[in-house]
Design a protein around this ligand. Structure first.
Ligand SMILES: Cc1ncc(COP(=O)(O)O)c(C=O)c1O
Length: 393
């Protein structure tokens, strides 16, 4: 049942969107594992699908468990509407293709998640949609115009050097030409950032990460206004990136603790940052909450918490970095992020391995760079573990 009257983030997270059926007295949303529904449904009291305001027909179009998740999520984003997808990539591709057609141009930041980058530079290009890239530094300087672009695309915190995009100042410039700003806010989460409140028209998440929060599902979410909601929903129907009801149920369950988890991710990462900053074997630390960072002003203006992601460069280069992660006891070496458990990756060996070394260096990605997704374990255990592994190298 939709209830937009709750104020607090955690109350919305627990109670928002929950589908309670008085006949059953269920306390949490059931899993509607149905492909199809009775059609035509003449029941005058039928619960309506928010994507059509008609009774449900077919689960690729809409499903009650998905709707519960979408309503809960939209409350957390302070958005009129929310939509769920089978993956973050499905959410990104469906959104961009619903807003662009052949001959259109996109302005995007260059420090993108790998598959988003290849979507813009290969798949969208093959469909006649061209993308111009600018780096986050240029975006934040305000030295660009939205003129001639169908949308401006950015990520709120970039991977792996954790640059912070200034959504507020970008949206101000974009508004002069009525150019919609689309934000992938995966690294921030709606607890630390609500892009629509900052002037963006669309907020996208790889729900696989902080939203679901337990490294057990792949999912995407989109929050937006009325007009775009219907366009993006039409694209979801055609491209077929609708999640399964069980996936949606797990995401809803995860969302209930998003606020609590993010508080712990935020405070753990802040403690680890303070430790790494004074560690002699660490050359450089990347963290949105670093007051010495050139992105700190953007972080201060656009984030209410600095998140759980930290990257740091070891003085000994790639050998030291490989040796370091071998000696960590708590975090697994795995490429995802945003779960309750800490995870660690070496971008040079994983996400950025196919990029030539000189281009990697120009992006600030040195061989000894380690990306750390701080979980919700006890910070003293995490620091002890990092200390031990650093002693060995
Ligand atoms: C910033 C960002 N956006 C989008 C995605 C894609 O999400 P998914 O893996 O859920 O398709 C990822 C995945 O790592 C990501 O880190």
């Amino acid at each position: 049942m939709e209830n937009k009257s709750y104020k607090g983030f955690n109350t919305k997270a627990v109670h928002g969107g929950e589908l309670k059926i008085p006949e059953f007295g269920n306390v949490t949303t059931p899993v509607f594992e149905n492909s199809t529904f009775v059609y035509p449904n003449y029941n005058s009291g039928a619960y309506l699908d928010h994507t059509s305001n008609l009774p449900y027909i077919y689960s690729r179009w809409g499903n009650p468990t998905l709707q519960a998740l979408e309503l809960k999520y939209s409350e957390l984003e302070n958005s009129k509407h929310g939509l769920s997808f089978s993956s973050g990539m499905s959410a990104i591709v469906s959104t961009v293709l619903s807003m662009c057609k052949k001959g259109d141009r996109i302005l995007s930041i260059s420090d993108l998640y790998g598959q988003t980058s290849s979507f813009f530079s290969k798949d969208a290009l093959e469909m006649g949609i061209e993308t111009d890239f600018i780096n986050v530094e240029k975006l934040n300087s305000g030295n660009f115009s939205g003129k001639g672009y169908s949308l401006i695309y950015l990520e709120s915190i970039t991977n792996p050097t954790l640059k912070v995009s200034n959504i507020k100042s970008t949206a101000k410039i974009a508004n002069e030409t009525d150019t919609p700003v689309v934000v992938d806010a995966t690294f921030a989460s709606p607890y630390n950032q609500k892009p629509l409140d900052l002037g963006a028209k669309v907020s996208i998440h790889s729900g696989t990460k902080y939203l679901a929060g337990h490294s057990d599902i792949v999912l995407g979410m989109v929050a937006t206004e009325e007009h775009l909601f219907h366009k993006i929903h039409s694209k979801r129907k055609v491209l077929g990136g609708t999640p399964d009801a069980l996936q949606a149920f797990l995401a809803s369950r995860g969302l209930k603790t998003l606020g609590l988890r993010m508080q712990k991710h935020n405070s753990n990462a802040a403690e680890i940052f303070r430790y790494l900053k004074q560690e002699k074997k660490v050359k450089r630390v990347f963290y949105p909450g670093d007051p010495d960072s050139q992105f700190f002003e953007a972080a201060r203006q656009n984030l209410s918490g600095y998140g759980g992601m930290i990257s740091f460069e070891l003085k000994g280069g790639i050998e030291a970095a490989r040796n370091f992660i071998k000696h960590l006891g708590i975090p697994s070496a795995a490429p995802s992020l945003g779960g309750v458990e800490s995870l660690v990756t070496l971008p040079v060996d994983t996400s950025h391995s196919t990029i030539p070394p000189e281009i990697r260096k120009s992006m600030g990605i040195e061989d000894g760079l380690v990306r750390f997704s701080t979980g919700i374990e006890d910070p003293e255990d995490l620091i002890y573990d990092l200390q031990n592994a650093l002693e060995v190298i």
